[in-house]
Design a protein around this ligand. Structure first.
Ligand code: NAD
Length: 437
């Protein structure tokens, strides 16, 4: 099939590349000329495991192209995917500016039947808005489809190639048949393609993200309670996770959810509910808990060292909002580092992939280290903010030698408290008893 994907970010680039990988002819479009130039030079502008190799192969085999020319891409495509950002606007709702602009541009470029597919996360009613925008600008026939994306950054290729399910929201039999044909190679092991109305598809995406975000906040609340009453959240997590009604995923406590989706999507649902006269109390609570949880490590630091941190040096391991991505949007590390800086502390940060993104946020206000151990030299304490695999089995003796004080604040519970005690560390984690040597 011939298709274009407009918006070449974490979602659009992965979707376009994976569609090409299954044999389609794909044109990826972006307004960011520098991004497109880099892609055309063979550089991948984001870090996503496995993506670079797939892009290289599909470009070499002539199925994947990058351009800023939206009109030409639309003329050469039957399906046009919209995958531009839908950031949070001032009132909490999703900013649909880019989506609507792109829909208008597609309409003006159309020279025959097209299917316009929204992959961006958009509030209920957006498909209808897109339909009206396009209908007012073209005489050619078209269908609008809502096809929300559920991939996780860090495992995006795997998620896209083998989705748990594909959700297609459309009222058109013609568009339904085309989307079914497009997605069949991705669901060979019987995962369902679920057809529904555009409004239900749009709501499904928000419901999934809200549920996951609420689950994280609920576990974080239990973790905080565990610490107070002397229970261990790891044991509690295992105890509930084996219940088949609950399951093992998304039960790990930590320093709060971040990223480009959960925070803004939860706010967008709260805002949509408000617009319809509903108070979505569960999600307001999930969000409030998350805001507080992002400060958790700093509160623990201040309980240990006092609120006045001038002259103290803190190592931070992990800056991206989760491992295996360089994405720092809404990352808890930002809240934590800003709070340390406000208390006049010095911050030495390490991340395997996100140092470039971090530099855009903090500039020369913090120190950056390519090697994790280098960040520890002379540190009063280490804060672990993202659970990259390479932090799980470090050389603890070397760490102790490098640090001024052997104090660790672990926001991801990657070590065992008893083990850390035996190794001579003061060790704080989430929802578990702190230990001292
Ligand atoms: N990142 C995720 O894990 C994820 C997962 C599922 C769904 N989503 C949703 O997918 C959408 C895209 O998210 P993302 O993380 O890929 O965003 P992103 O910010 O990484 O990428 C968006 C891209 O769109 C481009 N763009 C903006 N306006 C444009 C225009 N008028 N014409 C052409 N290109 C334009 C930008 O330059 C950018 O490259 C959002 O709605 C998001 O909520 C994201």
């Amino acid at each position: 099939m011939k298709l274009c994907v407009i918006g070449t970010g974490y979602v659009g680039l992965v979707a376009g590349t994976c569609f090409a990988e299954s044999g389609n002819d794909v044109i990826c479009v972006d307004i960011d000329a520098e991004k497109i130039e880099r892609l055309n030079r063979g550089e991948v502008p984001i870090y996503e495991p496995g993506l670079e190799e797939l892009i290289r192969r599909n470009v070499a085999e002539g199925r994947l192209f990058f351009t800023t020319d939206l009109a030409e891409a639309v003329r050469r495509s039957l399906l046009c995917f919209i995958a531009v950002g839908t950031p949070q606007s001032d009132d909490g709702s999703a900013d649909l500016g880019a989506v609507i602009r792109v829909a208008a541009e597609i309409a003006e470029a159309m020279d025959g039947y097209r299917v316009i597919v929204t992959k961006s996360t958009v509030p209920v009613g957006t498909s209808e808005r897109i339909r009206q925008v396009i209908a007012s600008r073209t005489k050619h026939p078209f269908d609008v489809v809502s096809n929300p994306e559920f991939l996780k950054e860090g495992a995006a290729i795997e998620d896209f190639m083998k989705p748990d399910r594909v959700v297609i929201g459309t009222d058109s039999p013609r568009a339904r048949a085309l989307l079914q044909e497009l997605y069949e190679p991705f669901v060979r092991t019987e995962q369902p393609i679920l057809f529904m109305s555009p409004a239900s598809a749009e709501m499904t995406k928000y419901c999934a993200n809200s549920m996951l975000a609420a689950r994280i906040s609920l576990m974080n609340e239990f973790a905080n309670l565990c610490e107070k009453v002397g229970a261990n959240i790891d044991d509690v997590r295992r105890g509930v996770g084996f219940d088949r009604r609950i399951g093992q995923h998304f039960l790990f406590p930590g320093v709060g959810y971040g990223g480009s989706c959960f925070p803004k999507d939860v706010k967008a649902v709260i805002r949509t509910a408000e617009q319809y006269g509903l108070d979505f109390r569960m999600l307001r609570a999930a969000e409030e808990v998350n805001v507080r949880q992002k400060r958790l490590l700093v509160d623990k630091v201040m309980e240990h060292f006092g609120e006045y941190l001038r002259g103290m040096r803190f190592a931070v391991w992990g800056l991206s909002f989760k491992p295996r991505t360089d994405d720092m949007r809404e990352a808890p590390s930002i809240t934590i580092i800003e709070a340390l800086l406000r208390a006049n502390a010095e911050v030495h940060a390490h991340d395997p992939e996100a140092l470039g993104e971090a530099r855009k946020i903090f500039g020369d206000r913090i120190h950056y280290h390519r090697v994790n151990y280098d960040a520890l030299r002379g540190a009063d304490a280490l804060l672990i903010v993202t659970e990259w695999n390479e932090f799980r089995r470090p050389d603890f003796d070397r760490m102790k030698q490098l640090m001024k004080h052997p104090v660790i604040f672990d926001g991801r519970n990657i070590y065992d408290p008893e083990d850390m005690q035996a190794r001579g560390f003061i060790y704080y984690s989430v929802g578990r008893r702190p230990v001292k040597p």
